[in-house]
Ligand binder design. Structure first.
Ligand code: IPM
Ligand code: MG
Length: 358
């Protein structure tokens, strides 16, 4: 018996419209290889949905996502929509999907592709062999906490956001971090600001409590300012970084940049029944429509989908090793190109990866 997986496809804006169709080619190839049936349903989110329907996350798109087994998303946003009211900006599509799909965990691997070590702004000796996963809490904290807003008080304005975490929100993300670490190098570093914030004090206490169920995993704690510094000083010390929504937003960009190749990194948002997979880079409007964008992060995101939503780790490994072989052979898109390499466009790069997969 073959199962059919329903996949919602949201290319979004900018280069999303070029990299997602290419990643779909890889998705089809891998599905054929493992005899998996997929049913794709495409819809608009972000700026393209604003242009068409006036809102970033139309009912129809949300319904398609809720009825799917997994979501593949390109990127949203662009200068065209920057002046819009905060509540209907393209970014709200992402936040809405995270909330409505219950995606409380965001996994962002930052791993060095050996062939690209010289693309990092840090010395090779510092970044050699780094293999970090940032596990970011994604549906709580200051991103969603109430009260929030801008109010008038005593003739001036007052902007408010609230950092708030409850026990169960911390427990579930901590559990996931220990499980992921258990399948990797067995170390979790929980990052907080427990020297100043009560929400962090609770975070730390709950993480310590959950750790009792995972004693084979090593747990350490670090203040977020120190972590930002340690990531630059000695990133090799980290395996899994577990942290809240806001700190995770910041630290995952920092960790990604260590690898020198933000265009290469995939992400998975999980925790609900439907997982969402997307490259961590943005919509890059400056190069959109020119067949220049690097499709690798989206292609690897397809790999993460097979691993985390369909339980097919081998499909992830296949895609990952095909990408590595292509890099070893010297093929590069413009963002990671250096002299002596072979320059490839979005489509050609995908052709070469598909060749390696076959
Ligand atoms: C990310 C992005 C989003 C976030 C924005 C676009 C809302 O920066 O996925 O990291 O802050 O979570
Ligand atoms: Mg971010």
């Amino acid at each position: 018996m073959t199962t059919t997986y329903r996949i919602a496809v949201f290319p979004g804006d900018g280069i999303g419209n070029e990299i997602v169709p290419q990643a779909i080619r890889v998705l089809q190839a891998i599905s054929n290889k493992y005899n998996i049936k997929v049913e794709l349903q495409e819809a608009l989110v972000g700026g393209s949905a604003i242009d068409e329907f006036g809102i970033p996350l139309p009912e129809d798109s949300l319904r398609i996502a809720l009825n799917s087994d997994a979501v593949l998303l390109g990127a949203v946003g662009g200068p065209k929509w920057e002046g819009l009211d905060y509540a209907i900006r393209p970014e709200r599509a992402l936040l809405g999907l995270r909330e409505k799909l219950g995606l409380f965990a965001n996994l962002r691997p930052a791993r060095l592709f050996t062939a690209l070590a010289d693309a990092s702004t840090l010395k090779r000796s510092v970044i050699d062999g780094i293999d970090i996963v940032v596990i970011r809490e994604l549906t709580g904290g200051i991103y969603f906490g109430k009260p929030r807003g801008i109010e008038k008080v005593d003739g001036e304005e007052r902007g408010v956001n609230t950092e708030v975490y409850t026990t169960h929100e911390i427990e579930r993300i901590a559990r996931l971090a220990f499980q992921v670490a258990g399948s990797r190098h067995g170390r979790v570093c929980s990052v907080d600001k427990a020297n100043v914030l009560e929400s962090s004090e609770l975070w730390r206490r709950v993480v310590i409590g959950v750790h009792k169920e995972y004693e084979d995993v090593q747990l350490s704690h670090m203040y977020v300012d120190n972590c930002a510094m340690q990531l630059i000083r000695n990133p090799g010390q980290f395996d899994v970084i577990l942290t809240n929504n806001l700190f995770g937003d910041i630290l995952s960009d920092e960790a990604a940049m260590l690898t020198g190749s933000i265009g290469m990194l995939p992400s998975a948002s999980i925790g609900g029944e439907v997982g969402m997979y997307e490259p961590i880079h943005g919509s890059a409007p400056d190069i959109a429509g020119q067949d220049k964008a690097n499709p690798i992060a989206t292609i690897l995101s397809v790999g993460m989908m097979f691993k985390y939503s369909f339980g097919l780790d081998i499909a992830y490994d296949d895609i990952d090793s095909a990408v590595n072989r292509v890099l070893d052979k010297g093929y590069r898109t413009a963002d990671i190109y250096s002299q002596g390499n072979k320059l490839a466009g979005t489509i050609e790069m995908t052709d070469i990866i598909l060749n390696e997969l076959a």
